[in-house]
Design a binder for this molecule. Structure first.
Ligand SMILES: Cc1cc2nc3c(=O)[nH]c(=O)nc-3n(C[C@H](O)[C@H](O)[C@H](O)COP(=O)(O)O)c2cc1C
Length: 209
């Protein structure tokens, strides 16, 4: 089948993009509300795009009413947010944070997660999250139906057991984030394998030989 994206309506573009571009990691994004409460919302339009500078990107839609989501409003006002990575242990908690609570509801507390003050930004993170990145807004890119938030990572928290003995690399047995496929379908990274590329000389002869 072929789809001409320049002629498709927005809902079909959304369906095809989210059905076929996956799995997408999930950021449980925590921010501070104007009244000082914790806000938390899951975002699967999320990934890392640069290490120097260290940049992550979120894609946040407005609500169906056209109103801005609390996460966007808080990020716009404070310029700060934390990315809480999600594993199986907090997958149900993450879903609770995604429900349409009023702006002043503390979603971390509603979901039964432990709010812990961030180190370098004014927000809290979930102590249960295996890995958290504190971010400051680098820039916002505005589209009529989506705000792209580019955030610079300024601090990382990671549960000790998610790293190897030297604290350099991830321990894939212990750090197993979940990711979103289409609709309510998710995967967990519990089946990992090593894939090594063959040497390029298997395909082209070295010069001069
Ligand atoms: C797994 C998952 C992923 C989601 N990803 C996004 C996303 O990438 N962008 C978005 O705008 N909403 C996304 N949502 C919906 C928001 O989490 C939801 O609208 C939430 O209520 C927004 O809360 P807020 O008003 O506190 O910001 C997602 C929901 C779930 C459950």
């Amino acid at each position: 089948m072929e789809f001409d994206f320049t002629a498709l309506e927005a809902q079909s573009r959304y369906r095809l993009l989210t059905n076929f571009i996956g799995p997408r990691p999930i950021a449980l994004v925590t921010t501070r509300s104007e009244a000082g409460h914790n806000n938390a919302a899951p975002m699967s339009f999320f990934n890392v795009f640069s290490h120097d500078p260290p940049i992550v990107v979120l894609g946040i839609q407005p609500r169906l009413s056209g109103e801005e989501k609390d996460t966007t409003a808080n990020i716009r006002r404070t310029g700060e947010f934390a990315i809480n990575m999600v594993d199986m242990t907090i997958s149900q908690h993450m879903l609770v944070c995604g429900l349409g609570f009023d702006s002043e509801v503390d979603e971390l507390s509603m979901a039964g997660l432990t709010a812990t003050p961030c180190k370098q930004i004014d927000a809290s993170y979930a102590a249960e999250s295996p890995c958290v990145f504190e971010c400051r807004v680098e820039r916002l890119i505005e589209y009529p139906r989506r705000t792209l938030v580019l955030g610079e990572v300024v601090h990382m928290h990671v549960h000790r057991e998610c790293m190897d003995a030297e604290g350099h690399y991830v321990d894939p047995e212990r750090y197993q984030p979940i990711a979103r496929l289409h609709a309510d379908n998710y995967v967990t990274s519990d089946r990992q394998f090593v894939l090594k590329a063959p040497p390029i000389t298997d395909f082209i002869k070295p010069q001069g030989k």
